[in-house]
Ligand binder design. Structure first.
Ligand code: NAP
Length: 284
Protein backbone atom coordinates (compact mmCIF):
# COMPACT_ATOMS: atom_id res chain seq x y z
CA UNK A 1 0.00 0.00 0.00
CA UNK A 2 1.22 3.49 -0.93
CA UNK A 3 0.92 6.27 1.64
CA UNK A 4 0.44 9.68 -0.02
CA UNK A 5 1.00 13.00 1.74
CA UNK A 6 -0.19 16.21 0.05
CA UNK A 7 -2.96 14.07 -1.46
CA UNK A 8 -5.52 16.87 -1.83
CA UNK A 9 -3.28 19.20 -3.87
CA UNK A 10 -3.14 19.09 -7.68
CA UNK A 11 -0.16 16.72 -7.86
CA UNK A 12 -1.46 14.57 -4.99
CA UNK A 13 -4.90 14.17 -6.60
CA UNK A 14 -3.37 13.16 -9.92
CA UNK A 15 -1.06 10.77 -8.05
CA UNK A 16 -3.95 9.11 -6.22
CA UNK A 17 -5.75 8.73 -9.58
CA UNK A 18 -2.64 7.24 -11.25
CA UNK A 19 -2.05 4.75 -8.43
CA UNK A 20 -5.71 3.66 -8.35
CA UNK A 21 -5.69 3.28 -12.14
CA UNK A 22 -2.75 0.88 -11.66
CA UNK A 23 -4.87 -1.15 -9.24
CA UNK A 24 -2.71 -0.17 -6.26
CA UNK A 25 -3.95 0.37 -2.70
CA UNK A 26 -3.68 4.00 -1.57
CA UNK A 27 -3.86 5.64 1.84
CA UNK A 28 -4.30 9.37 1.26
CA UNK A 29 -3.49 11.77 4.09
CA UNK A 30 -5.46 14.96 4.65
CA UNK A 31 -5.88 17.26 7.64
CA UNK A 32 -9.59 17.34 6.75
CA UNK A 33 -10.81 14.13 5.09
CA UNK A 34 -14.41 15.42 5.00
CA UNK A 35 -13.32 18.12 2.53
CA UNK A 36 -10.81 15.97 0.61
CA UNK A 37 -13.08 15.01 -2.32
CA UNK A 38 -10.82 12.10 -3.29
CA UNK A 39 -12.03 9.02 -5.22
CA UNK A 40 -13.87 6.34 -3.28
CA UNK A 41 -11.11 3.82 -4.06
CA UNK A 42 -8.65 5.68 -1.84
CA UNK A 43 -8.54 5.18 1.93
CA UNK A 44 -8.60 8.82 3.05
CA UNK A 45 -7.18 9.15 6.54
CA UNK A 46 -6.92 12.16 8.81
CA UNK A 47 -3.41 13.28 9.65
CA UNK A 48 -1.07 16.26 9.58
CA UNK A 49 2.21 15.46 7.82
CA UNK A 50 3.88 18.21 9.87
CA UNK A 51 3.05 16.14 12.98
CA UNK A 52 4.34 12.68 12.01
CA UNK A 53 2.81 11.14 15.15
CA UNK A 54 -0.64 11.79 13.64
CA UNK A 55 0.04 9.69 10.52
CA UNK A 56 -1.18 6.08 10.20
CA UNK A 57 1.99 4.52 8.74
CA UNK A 58 1.28 0.85 9.57
CA UNK A 59 0.91 -1.43 6.57
CA UNK A 60 2.43 1.04 4.09
CA UNK A 61 5.23 -0.28 1.87
CA UNK A 62 6.03 3.05 0.20
CA UNK A 63 5.71 6.70 1.19
CA UNK A 64 5.28 9.79 -0.98
CA UNK A 65 6.75 12.86 0.71
CA UNK A 66 5.07 16.05 -0.50
CA UNK A 67 7.53 18.84 0.34
CA UNK A 68 4.99 21.52 1.27
CA UNK A 69 2.75 19.19 3.27
CA UNK A 70 5.64 17.64 5.24
CA UNK A 71 7.99 20.62 5.52
CA UNK A 72 11.54 20.83 6.81
CA UNK A 73 10.95 20.20 10.53
CA UNK A 74 8.87 17.04 10.21
CA UNK A 75 10.73 15.20 7.48
CA UNK A 76 13.41 13.50 9.63
CA UNK A 77 10.99 12.23 12.30
CA UNK A 78 8.55 11.14 9.58
CA UNK A 79 11.24 9.07 7.81
CA UNK A 80 12.39 7.52 11.09
CA UNK A 81 8.81 6.57 12.01
CA UNK A 82 8.17 5.21 8.50
CA UNK A 83 11.28 3.00 8.61
CA UNK A 84 10.30 1.74 12.07
CA UNK A 85 6.77 0.90 10.86
CA UNK A 86 8.07 -1.16 7.93
CA UNK A 87 7.90 1.32 5.04
CA UNK A 88 10.51 0.13 2.53
CA UNK A 89 10.95 2.98 0.01
CA UNK A 90 10.26 6.70 -0.26
CA UNK A 91 9.64 9.06 -3.19
CA UNK A 92 10.01 12.79 -2.65
CA UNK A 93 8.95 15.66 -4.92
CA UNK A 94 11.17 18.75 -5.07
CA UNK A 95 11.72 21.07 -8.05
CA UNK A 96 13.96 21.32 -11.10
CA UNK A 97 15.60 24.49 -9.75
CA UNK A 98 16.39 22.95 -6.37
CA UNK A 99 20.17 23.15 -6.88
CA UNK A 100 20.02 26.86 -7.79
CA UNK A 101 21.10 29.53 -5.35
CA UNK A 102 18.38 29.78 -2.68
CA UNK A 103 17.81 33.46 -3.51
CA UNK A 104 17.01 32.42 -7.09
CA UNK A 105 14.20 30.05 -6.07
CA UNK A 106 10.96 32.10 -5.78
CA UNK A 107 9.15 29.28 -3.96
CA UNK A 108 11.45 29.73 -0.97
CA UNK A 109 9.90 33.17 -0.46
CA UNK A 110 6.53 31.40 -0.10
CA UNK A 111 7.99 29.23 2.63
CA UNK A 112 8.67 26.07 0.58
CA UNK A 113 11.80 24.15 1.56
CA UNK A 114 12.13 21.72 -1.35
CA UNK A 115 15.93 21.46 -1.00
CA UNK A 116 15.92 20.71 2.72
CA UNK A 117 13.12 18.13 2.41
CA UNK A 118 14.80 16.42 -0.55
CA UNK A 119 18.20 16.40 1.22
CA UNK A 120 16.63 14.83 4.31
CA UNK A 121 15.12 12.06 2.18
CA UNK A 122 18.45 11.47 0.40
CA UNK A 123 20.41 11.12 3.64
CA UNK A 124 17.54 9.32 5.42
CA UNK A 125 17.10 5.66 6.35
CA UNK A 126 15.13 4.46 3.29
CA UNK A 127 15.90 3.86 -0.40
CA UNK A 128 14.66 6.95 -2.24
CA UNK A 129 13.76 8.52 -5.57
CA UNK A 130 13.39 12.27 -6.09
CA UNK A 131 11.11 13.77 -8.75
CA UNK A 132 11.98 17.32 -9.79
CA UNK A 133 9.26 19.08 -11.82
CA UNK A 134 9.71 22.23 -13.88
CA UNK A 135 7.14 25.05 -13.51
CA UNK A 136 3.64 23.66 -13.20
CA UNK A 137 1.31 24.55 -16.08
CA UNK A 138 -1.11 25.33 -13.25
CA UNK A 139 0.84 28.56 -12.73
CA UNK A 140 -0.89 29.79 -15.91
CA UNK A 141 -4.15 29.83 -13.95
CA UNK A 142 -2.68 32.02 -11.21
CA UNK A 143 -1.04 34.30 -13.75
CA UNK A 144 -3.72 34.66 -16.40
CA UNK A 145 -7.10 33.03 -15.69
CA UNK A 146 -8.66 36.13 -14.12
CA UNK A 147 -7.71 38.34 -17.08
CA UNK A 148 -8.80 35.68 -19.61
CA UNK A 149 -12.23 35.37 -18.00
CA UNK A 150 -12.54 39.17 -18.29
CA UNK A 151 -11.33 39.77 -21.85
CA UNK A 152 -9.01 38.88 -24.71
CA UNK A 153 -5.89 40.80 -23.67
CA UNK A 154 -3.52 39.40 -21.06
CA UNK A 155 -1.22 42.03 -19.65
CA UNK A 156 1.95 40.72 -18.04
CA UNK A 157 5.71 41.18 -17.80
CA UNK A 158 8.46 39.50 -19.83
CA UNK A 159 6.46 38.31 -22.87
CA UNK A 160 9.51 36.49 -24.26
CA UNK A 161 10.37 34.57 -21.08
CA UNK A 162 10.14 30.87 -21.97
CA UNK A 163 9.63 27.75 -19.95
CA UNK A 164 8.50 24.15 -20.40
CA UNK A 165 5.35 24.09 -18.28
CA UNK A 166 4.63 20.57 -17.04
CA UNK A 167 1.18 18.97 -16.67
CA UNK A 168 0.49 17.83 -13.11
CA UNK A 169 -0.55 14.44 -14.51
CA UNK A 170 2.94 13.92 -15.97
CA UNK A 171 4.50 14.76 -12.59
CA UNK A 172 2.10 12.40 -10.83
CA UNK A 173 2.62 9.55 -13.28
CA UNK A 174 6.39 9.77 -12.82
CA UNK A 175 5.94 9.72 -9.03
CA UNK A 176 3.64 6.69 -9.39
CA UNK A 177 6.25 4.92 -11.51
CA UNK A 178 8.97 5.76 -8.98
CA UNK A 179 6.81 4.36 -6.17
CA UNK A 180 6.62 0.95 -7.85
CA UNK A 181 10.01 0.74 -9.65
CA UNK A 182 12.93 0.14 -7.33
CA UNK A 183 15.40 0.20 -10.22
CA UNK A 184 14.99 4.00 -9.99
CA UNK A 185 16.30 4.10 -6.41
CA UNK A 186 18.94 6.75 -5.73
CA UNK A 187 18.00 8.85 -8.76
CA UNK A 188 16.90 12.46 -9.20
CA UNK A 189 14.34 12.50 -12.03
CA UNK A 190 13.61 15.86 -13.68
CA UNK A 191 10.24 16.17 -15.40
CA UNK A 192 9.31 19.00 -17.78
CA UNK A 193 6.78 19.74 -20.47
CA UNK A 194 7.72 18.62 -23.99
CA UNK A 195 8.50 22.11 -25.33
CA UNK A 196 9.43 25.55 -24.03
CA UNK A 197 6.90 28.29 -24.73
CA UNK A 198 7.26 32.02 -24.20
CA UNK A 199 4.59 33.72 -22.11
CA UNK A 200 3.23 35.26 -25.33
CA UNK A 201 3.12 31.86 -27.07
CA UNK A 202 1.47 30.23 -24.07
CA UNK A 203 -1.32 32.83 -24.10
CA UNK A 204 -1.79 32.24 -27.85
CA UNK A 205 -2.10 28.47 -27.22
CA UNK A 206 -4.73 29.09 -24.54
CA UNK A 207 -6.67 31.19 -27.06
CA UNK A 208 -6.39 28.49 -29.73
CA UNK A 209 -7.73 25.81 -27.40
CA UNK A 210 -10.55 28.02 -26.07
CA UNK A 211 -11.35 29.32 -29.58
CA UNK A 212 -10.66 32.94 -28.60
CA UNK A 213 -8.33 35.60 -30.07
CA UNK A 214 -6.22 35.99 -26.95
CA UNK A 215 -3.02 38.01 -27.05
CA UNK A 216 -0.31 38.86 -24.56
CA UNK A 217 0.55 42.51 -24.09
CA UNK A 218 3.80 43.18 -22.28
CA UNK A 219 3.75 45.66 -19.42
CA UNK A 220 6.74 46.87 -17.36
CA UNK A 221 7.85 44.56 -14.57
CA UNK A 222 7.24 47.22 -11.91
CA UNK A 223 3.60 47.66 -12.94
CA UNK A 224 3.06 43.89 -13.06
CA UNK A 225 4.64 43.46 -9.64
CA UNK A 226 2.43 46.17 -8.14
CA UNK A 227 -0.67 44.43 -9.50
CA UNK A 228 0.44 41.02 -8.19
CA UNK A 229 1.21 42.32 -4.70
CA UNK A 230 -2.01 44.36 -4.40
CA UNK A 231 -4.78 43.63 -1.87
CA UNK A 232 -5.28 39.89 -1.40
CA UNK A 233 -2.34 39.26 -3.73
CA UNK A 234 0.99 37.47 -3.50
CA UNK A 235 3.72 38.18 -0.90
CA UNK A 236 6.05 40.97 -2.04
CA UNK A 237 9.35 39.04 -1.53
CA UNK A 238 7.96 36.18 -3.66
CA UNK A 239 6.94 38.58 -6.45
CA UNK A 240 10.36 40.27 -6.33
CA UNK A 241 12.10 36.89 -6.64
CA UNK A 242 9.80 35.92 -9.53
CA UNK A 243 10.51 39.14 -11.43
CA UNK A 244 14.24 38.69 -10.84
CA UNK A 245 13.98 35.16 -12.27
CA UNK A 246 12.21 36.47 -15.37
CA UNK A 247 14.83 39.22 -15.71
CA UNK A 248 17.63 36.62 -15.59
CA UNK A 249 15.81 34.69 -18.33
CA UNK A 250 16.15 31.39 -16.50
CA UNK A 251 13.24 29.46 -17.95
CA UNK A 252 14.00 25.77 -18.17
CA UNK A 253 14.49 24.34 -21.65
CA UNK A 254 12.44 21.30 -22.55
CA UNK A 255 12.76 18.45 -22.34
CA UNK A 256 14.20 15.52 -20.56
CA UNK A 257 14.87 12.61 -22.89
CA UNK A 258 12.98 9.44 -22.16
CA UNK A 259 10.59 10.91 -19.62
CA UNK A 260 7.05 9.56 -19.59
CA UNK A 261 3.97 11.59 -20.39
CA UNK A 262 5.02 14.56 -22.41
CA UNK A 263 1.55 16.12 -22.41
CA UNK A 264 1.58 19.40 -24.32
CA UNK A 265 0.56 22.74 -22.88
CA UNK A 266 -2.44 22.65 -25.25
CA UNK A 267 -3.56 19.36 -23.66
CA UNK A 268 -3.21 20.92 -20.24
CA UNK A 269 -5.33 23.92 -21.31
CA UNK A 270 -8.01 21.57 -22.67
CA UNK A 271 -8.05 19.73 -19.32
CA UNK A 272 -8.52 23.08 -17.52
CA UNK A 273 -10.70 24.93 -20.04
CA UNK A 274 -13.46 25.39 -17.48
CA UNK A 275 -11.01 27.19 -15.16
CA UNK A 276 -10.44 29.78 -17.91
CA UNK A 277 -14.18 30.16 -18.46
CA UNK A 278 -14.26 27.92 -21.54
CA UNK A 279 -15.78 24.57 -22.44
CA UNK A 280 -13.96 21.46 -21.23
CA UNK A 281 -12.20 20.02 -24.26
CA UNK A 282 -10.51 16.83 -25.35
CA UNK A 283 -7.03 18.33 -25.87
CA UNK A 284 -5.04 18.33 -29.07
N1 NAP B 1 4.26 25.72 -8.77
C1 NAP B 1 5.31 25.25 -9.43
O1 NAP B 1 5.60 25.64 -10.57
C2 NAP B 1 6.18 24.19 -8.79
C3 NAP B 1 7.16 23.56 -9.56
C4 NAP B 1 7.96 22.58 -8.96
C5 NAP B 1 7.78 22.27 -7.62
N2 NAP B 1 6.81 22.92 -6.89
C6 NAP B 1 6.66 22.58 -5.46
O2 NAP B 1 5.46 21.79 -5.32
C7 NAP B 1 4.93 22.02 -4.01
C8 NAP B 1 3.50 22.48 -4.14
O3 NAP B 1 2.73 21.40 -4.64
P1 NAP B 1 1.13 21.47 -4.63
O4 NAP B 1 0.70 22.63 -5.47
O5 NAP B 1 0.64 20.10 -4.96
O6 NAP B 1 0.86 21.79 -3.08
P2 NAP B 1 -0.46 22.27 -2.31
O7 NAP B 1 -1.64 22.03 -3.16
O8 NAP B 1 -0.23 23.65 -1.77
O9 NAP B 1 -0.48 21.30 -1.05
C9 NAP B 1 -0.85 19.94 -1.16
C10 NAP B 1 -1.59 19.52 0.09
O10 NAP B 1 -0.68 19.49 1.19
C11 NAP B 1 -1.36 19.85 2.39
N3 NAP B 1 -0.67 20.99 2.99
C12 NAP B 1 -0.37 22.17 2.37
N4 NAP B 1 0.24 23.01 3.24
C13 NAP B 1 0.34 22.33 4.41
C14 NAP B 1 0.87 22.67 5.69
N5 NAP B 1 1.42 23.86 5.93
N6 NAP B 1 0.81 21.75 6.66
C15 NAP B 1 0.26 20.52 6.43
N7 NAP B 1 -0.28 20.16 5.26
C16 NAP B 1 -0.24 21.05 4.25
C17 NAP B 1 -2.80 20.20 2.01
O11 NAP B 1 -3.61 19.05 2.25
P3 NAP B 1 -4.78 18.99 3.39
O12 NAP B 1 -5.29 20.39 3.57
O13 NAP B 1 -5.77 18.04 2.78
O14 NAP B 1 -4.12 18.44 4.61
C18 NAP B 1 -2.68 20.47 0.52
O15 NAP B 1 -3.87 20.20 -0.21
C19 NAP B 1 5.81 23.09 -3.35
O16 NAP B 1 6.79 22.48 -2.53
C20 NAP B 1 6.42 23.79 -4.56
O17 NAP B 1 7.63 24.46 -4.27
C21 NAP B 1 6.00 23.86 -7.45
Amino acid sequence: MHLVTGATGPVGRALVDALLADGAAVRAISRDPSAAGLPAGADVVEGDPRKPGTLALHGASTLFVHPRAVGEEAVDPLLAAAAEQGVRRVVVMSAINVEDEPAHQPSRFNGDRNKEVEDAVVRGPLPWVSVRPSSFALNALTMWAGQIRAGDVVRGPYASFAEAFVHEKDVAELIARALRDETLDGRHLPVTGPRSLTHAEAVTVIGEVLGRPLRHEEIPAEAAARAMVGPGGLPEPFVEALMARYARGEGRPAAVAGQPGGRTFAQWVADHAADFGGERGEGR
